[in-house]
Design a protein around this ligand. Structure first.
Ligand code: KG4
Ligand code: ZN
Length: 336
């Protein structure tokens, strides 16, 4: 079965074609049109600019994904699209495009949850996702822990009470005068820095599985106000210490959740999962206890291959959302 997936929930306009053979997924071709240069001057995503750019590019992005896959539209057996959560204006562009394609080709259409799709990205690189397992989605918009029990079945174990981890990284990077996206800029600036140089707070230190990052962001701002903008080796120390506080929170809560729910495997996804320090620390502190699955860096950030992979599983079950499908900015986790 050949499936075309579309992703437009935030600032990436993407399409991908996958082949699905009884659950085994192969990526045939994809195209991701990033809007980073459009939002960079603002240090974050501007929703109105995002949806306008999606409108301009989506048709070409889909055509290029099909082209790269070497597949004509007529050979596509079904469509998948991110229906939410995300920016409503952006989501509507992808959903409308997918509905138009499904209608004109008389093929089924499935709307998927963006977070569930992130967790299915690993299936593009390994045979199957062995369930149950723990899922950590950590990006610019989300920081959530899930127990994945099956396709469309799971439970939210914890989530951020304020900022997402990526959002905190982006805002502090902006404060330091580093470029957008801030997570990558902070990771680079942290090289050679001492992660113990500044003791940033570790919010919500108890046994609850929720996260909180806004206090940490305030602590960074107060530090700059007090000591001035860090320069040279001071910047490396600042970046390394801030990154360490974020990574420490993520690793601690993830391991806590794994122990509480007796889960021996964790899938990590979302833009912040590209962070090498996070990968290293989760593997080191979870060694012998929990197996860590990370998609390759390119599949961590928003893409349509993960959407097509997840949609393929639903399509194989015979699901068709048809033209009634609607975008939902607050789409709940399936089963929640
Ligand atoms: O998943 P994603 O592409 O979009 C959202 O759904 O938000 O994630 C983007 C986020 C941004 O906050 C960015 O700063 C962060 O991922 N990010 C990183 C790294 N690369 C991107 N954070 C830490 N380390 C990185 N290497
Ligand atoms: Zn995402």
């Amino acid at each position: 079965m050949l499936v075309l997936g579309i992703e437009s929930s935030c600032d990436e306009c993407a399409a991908a074609v996958v082949a699905c053979d009884s659950g085994a997924i192969r990526l045939l071709g994809q195209r991701i049109a990033s809007q980073i240069p459009i939002h960079a001057p603002y240090g974050g995503v501007v929703p109105e600019l995002a949806s306008r750019d999606h409108v301009r590019r989506i048709v070409q992005v889909i055509a290029e994904a099909l082209d790269r896959a070497g597949v004509g539209l007529r050979r596509i057996d079904g469509f998948g699209v991110t229906a939410g959560p995300g920016l409503i204006g952006s989501l509507l562009i992808g959903v409308s495009a997918a509905k138009a394609l499904a209608y004109s080709s008389a093929k089924p259409l499935v709307g998927v949850n963006h977070l569930e799709a992130h967790l299915h990205a690993v299936r593009l690189e390994r045979a199957a996702l062995d369930l149950p397992c723990l899922g950590l989605v950590v990006s610019g918009g989300h920081t959530s822990l899930f127990e994945l029990q099956g396709l469309g079945r799971g439970q939210i174990l914890g989530r951020t009470r304020d900022d997402a981890a990526g959002e905190a990284l982006d805002k502090v990077a902006k404060l330091l005068g580093l470029p957008y996206p801030g997570g990558l800029a902070i990771e680079r600036a942290a090289r050679g820095g001492d992660p113990a140089a500044i003791r940033f707070p570790r919010p919500l230190p108890g046994r609850q599985l929720d996260f909180s990052f806004s206090g940490l962001k305030t602590a960074a701002a107060l530090h700059v106000k007090r000591e001035g903008l860090p320069q040279g080796p001071g910047l490396a120390d600042f970046a390394a210490s801030f990154q360490e506080a974020i990574v420490d929170s993520l690793v601690r809560k993830t391991l806590l959740a794994a122990r509480k729910r007796r889960l021996a495997r964790v899938v990590v996804a979302g833009g912040v999962a590209a962070n090498l320090r996070l990968r290293e620390e989760l593997e080191r502190r979870g060694a012998g206890e929990i197996e860590c699955l990370f998609p390759s860096v390119a599949l961590c950030t928003d893409n349509a291959a993960m959407v097509a992979a997840l949609a393929a599983s639903y399509l194989e079950q015979g699901r068709d959302d048809g033209l009634a499908l609607d975008a939902d900015a607050m789409l709940p986790w399936p089963g929640d």
